[in-house]
Design a protein around this ligand. Structure first.
Ligand code: ZN
Ligand code: ZN
Ligand code: ZN
Length: 372
């Protein structure tokens, strides 16, 4: 992601928030490598190479990105948020990072850094206290700034255009395999502007009862529930939406089940108000599903945060008493799964705002019967 002035202004602000929290926690130096923390503050995605890329971000020095010289051309530095230290093939990048760490000993390192680099750093920088970088960054990244909310809106709107065709019956289902429909959905996400498809779950008939079903060679028949849960990355930010459609008018038991999921989903979205603990949003969905008689069949949390990653903080799950704040973005995705028989799920991405929950996905939630 490269971009204009507000993107760099946002990155500078994120860097300032990171520094403030480092001071608060007593972390003197943060080492960012693979994962989403680095692009969040620099716009640069490190490739998962055997060559080390690492931003050395100390509270009391200018940040330096140590990068393989052959990758340096891909780094966009227009915002002057950090400087570059390209390393030649004959240099030892771990020694360069150790030098930049200097005498600092309270260190944070990207959760997804290769273990081999951490082990080499630990051999050089002895007596240090190591923390996962997420200790500093996760609660900050969970609160999206305006640039990020805008990117999430665009990604969700693109996913909506595909989901709208699905519920309108414009994506053929009956007679095709789940894998074919999945590939079709993926192509459409790309056509709608996604740079990458992260997943496109299609679970039909009994497979609709398996929340993370791997779409396969099963041919979709008439009179079945089909759970479609798909998402990808657009300009760095993720989409994630689920709609369940029926290839023929469902029997009353299934209509009842779907109605319970729909009510749970809508009430949970409405409950996602600033100040409400995450676990209360989960409890809202869970209570409705329990009252509907399906309590034991709602087998996962109500939602997950979303941003640069498909799953990140905050998690809407029992035990997470963290209150929602404006800028938290997350999925609301209750489901009911009768193992081996049938299941249904509805999922939207929502942003908590001071004016109330803003649902980024707008495609109709009503029972969708698609012919063919
Ligand atoms: Zn999932
Ligand atoms: Zn999903
Ligand atoms: Zn999700």
């Amino acid at each position: 992601m490269t971009g204009g002035g507000d993107v760099w202004a946002a990155r500078r602000q994120r860097m300032a928030r990171v520094r403030a929290r480092m001071e608060e926690l007593g972390v003197e130096c943060l080492l960012l490598s693979l994962g989403a923390d680095l692009p969040w503050v620099t716009g640069y995605h490190a490739m998962p190479l055997e060559r080390l890329t690492m931003l050395v971000l100390a509270t009391d020095a200018d940040p330096v990105l140590v990068v393989p010289v052959l990758e340096a051309a891909r780094v966009d530095q227009d915002g002057e948020v950090f400087s570059l230290r390209p390393w030649q093939e004959t240099e030892d990048p771990v020694a360069i990072v150790a030098e930049l760490i200097g005498t600092r000993r309270r260190l944070g390192i990207s959760d997804r850094t290769w273990a081999t680099f951490l082990l080499q750093l630990q051999a050089r920088v002895t007596d240090a206290r190591w923390h996962p970088a997420s200790l500093v960054t996760a609660p900050l990244r969970a609160v999206k700034d305006a640039v990020e909310v805008q990117a999430l809106r665009a990604a969700s709107a693109a996913a909506d255009r595909v989901a709208a065709r699905l519920v309108a019956g414009e994506i053929p289902l009956v007679g095709r395999t789940e894998a074919e429909v999945s590939a079709d959905i993926g192509r459409q996400l790309r056509a709608e502007g996604h740079d990458r498809v992260n997943f496109a779950i299609v679970g039909s008939g009994p497979n609709s009862a398996s929340p993370h079903h791997e779409p396969g060679s099963r041919r979709i028949g008439p009179g079945e529930a089909v759970v479609c849960d798909f998402g990808g990355t657009m300009r760095g930010y993720c989409s994630d939406i689920t709609r369940t459609v029926f290839t023929g008018h469902p029997p009353s038991e299934l209509r009842d089940l779907y109605g319970v999921v729909q009510e749970a989903q809508e009430k949970a979205v409405a409950a996602a108000v600033v100040g409400t603990p995450c676990e209360d949003v989960d409890a809202t969905a869970r209570r409705i599903i329990e009252e509907g008689g399906y309590g034991p069949f709602f087998i996962h949390r109500t939602g997950h945060g979303i941003g640069l990653e498909e799953h990140e903080e905050p998690y809407l799950v029992g035990g997470n008493c963290q209150p929602l704040v404006a800028g938290h973005s997350f999925s609301i995705e209750p489901g009911i799964y009768l193992a081996g028989r049938v299941g249904a799920r509805i999922e939207d991405i929502v942003v908590a705002t001071d004016a109330g929950p803003e649902a980024l996905n707008r495609v109709d939630h009503g029972l969708a019967v698609v012919e063919g």
